[in-house]
Design a protein around this ligand. Structure first.
Ligand SMILES: [Zn+2]
Length: 157
């Protein structure tokens, strides 16, 4: 299924793609939440300012390089060649999401930080205002993007 119309480098097209839901994974046959959901469905009916926050977050990811949207019911995932490195949910008053980072970071935007693996920490965030998506947050997104593309990983996680 061609869910995504974006252009990707060929190495990204080499990811295994589930024939049922269209989600892509580094490992063929990987177990996953098999759902067909679109980004548009996530945005539908949300306040305009929250959609604008989502687009601003998305621009920070896009500034890092190519990626896949990986929407499931629970979130819109952002995926690199190695793994999903971020996820966002639109709420009535802002974004709730997470970034996977290779080290713990203290920042008031992170409401909760937990170890995911020995080398990976899930940083849950809340964003309610565009000025929270500043240069510092952009640096966190870049670090997560690097994780999504295999930084400090053997390729599978
Ligand atoms: Zn599937």
């Amino acid at each position: 299924m061609m869910r995504s119309r974006a252009r990707y480098p060929s190495y990204m097209a080499d990811l295994w793609q589930c024939p049922k839901c269209g989600r892509r994974f580094a490992r063929a046959g990987q177990k996953h939440v098999c759902q067909r959901v679109t980004v548009e469905e996530h945005l539908d009916g949300r306040p305009r300012r929250v959609v604008a926050l989502f687009r601003a977050f998305e621009r920070l990811v896009a500034a890092c390089g190519p990626f896949f949207h990986d929407p499931i019911k629970a979130q819109i995932g952002f995926q690199g060649t190695a793994r999903i490195f971020a996820g966002v949910r639109l709420q009535d008053n802002g974004l709730a999401g997470y970034l996977d980072l290779a080290r713990r970071v203290d920042d008031s935007r992170f409401t909760r930080v937990g170890p995911y693996t020995k080398h990976l920490f899930v940083h849950h965030f809340r964003i309610t205002s565009p000025d929270q998506l500043d240069d510092r947050f952009a640096a966190y997104v870049r670090a997560a993007y690097a994780v999504g593309n295999g930084a400090r990983f053997g390729g599978t996680a």
